[in-house]
Design a protein around this ligand. Structure first.
Ligand code: C5P
Length: 321
């Protein structure tokens, strides 16, 4: 997180960028006592980002507006919930804010769009309301709000365990910063994350690992993967997503996306991100991904996909200069 302790100088307006993530690895280990799934993941921030603008107000109200009418700006929005949780936990009831969200990350796509907005809200309001919470305090609030939100605060390349909230940074090589993806999403289709995990449970529960010891063995196996210690285009991530195995057979658009991406030249691999339905093709360099997308965008569009060329980012949410 490059943003938790931006000076204590007086500000009444802030702009924060909130990057999306993809999953380079998503492994479901088993079920937890709290009903969530125990996961072993590698998440990667990308440069497709929402923008959040926050101004202070003195009427003690949290007001949210969004440039995308397809997204609720009500109390169910994670931005609103993040602001309320912060105010209840550390602020006082007179604190207010006007929050404006410019939505660039597709909704319901498996890219942590809602989670990264919540992370940006925590970071922004911590500064605007002069609460002075440290990284750990923000991360605890983030985990309370959603499993992916601690990652969105921190960003970069991280091993994510537990529900997804326990982070261990992956040291990326210099050449990995040039790795890039072509990302595709059918704007008319979204996938519910609880549904995707529910399907995994229905289909695979009998094969889930059952003990903490077995979970730890699998975590250690992942930590020791050679591609993680080098993390470079010469030993690229093999890409694995256990949710893809249960979502793709039932969501035709995911099969179509994976096929369309596999047909593109020069990629290292293709996979679905998170619970889908967005999918991506991995490239060694941004230049190559950009050239391939320039030649393929019209074809992808004719198949119903919106597409982006995105580079890997080494940080999560942060203040705009
Ligand atoms: O934590 P978050 O709100 O993002 O989770 C959304 C839903 O995804 C949960 O309610 C749960 O159904 C499922 N989930 C899970 N195991 C995880 C993370 C999410 O089963 N580790």
């Amino acid at each position: 997180m490059n943003a938790s302790n931006r000076g204590k100088d007086s500000v009444d307006q802030l702009r924060i960028h909130a990057p999306a993530k993809i999953n380079l690895h998503l492994e479901i280990l088993g079920l937890r006592a709290d009903g969530f799934h125990e996961l072993a993941m590698v998440m990667q921030s990308i440069d497709l980002a929402d923008q959040i603008e926050i101004t202070s107000n003195t009427d003690g109200l949290i007001k949210l507006s969004i440039d995308d009418p397809n997204l609720s700006a009500g109390e169910d929005n994670l931005i609103f919930r993040a602001a309320e949780l912060l105010r209840c936990s550390y602020g006082n009831k007179n604190l207010g804010a006007n929050i404006y969200l410019q939505k660039n990350i597709p909704i319901g796509a498996g890219l942590a769009g809602g989670s990264t907005d919540a992370a940006a809200t925590l970071v922004g309001l911590n500064t605007l309301w002069k609460l002075d919470l440290d990284k750990q305090q923000l991360s605890n609030l983030a985990a309370e709000l959603g499993s992916d939100i601690p990652f969105c605060l921190e960003g970069g390349t991280q091993l994510c365990f537990g529900r997804g909230e326990k982070l261990e940074p992956v040291k990326a090589s210099a050449s990995s910063s040039d790795m890039a993806i072509i990302l595709v999403k059918d704007p008319t289709v979204s996938v519910s994350t609880p549904w995707a995990y529910g399907r995994s449970k229905e289909i695979n529960e009998k094969n889930y690992l059952k003990s903490d010891l077995a979970f730890e063995d699998r975590r250690q196996l992942l930590r020791e993967q050679s591609w993680l210690s080098s993390f470079s285009p010469s030993d690229p991530p093999p890409l694995n997503n256990d949710l893809q195995k249960v979502v793709a057979p039932e969501v035709q658009v995911v099969q179509n996306a994976l096929k369309a991406l596999s047909d593109l030249p020069g990629s290292i691999g293709v996979a679905m991100s998170g619970s889908g339905p967005s999918c991506f093709a991995l490239y060694s360099t941004y230049k190559q991904a950009k050239e391939v997308l320039a030649r393929s965008r019209i074809k992808l569009e004719s198949l119903g996909f919106k597409s982006w060329c995105c580079s890997f980012q080494s940080e999560g949410v942060g203040f705009d200069q």
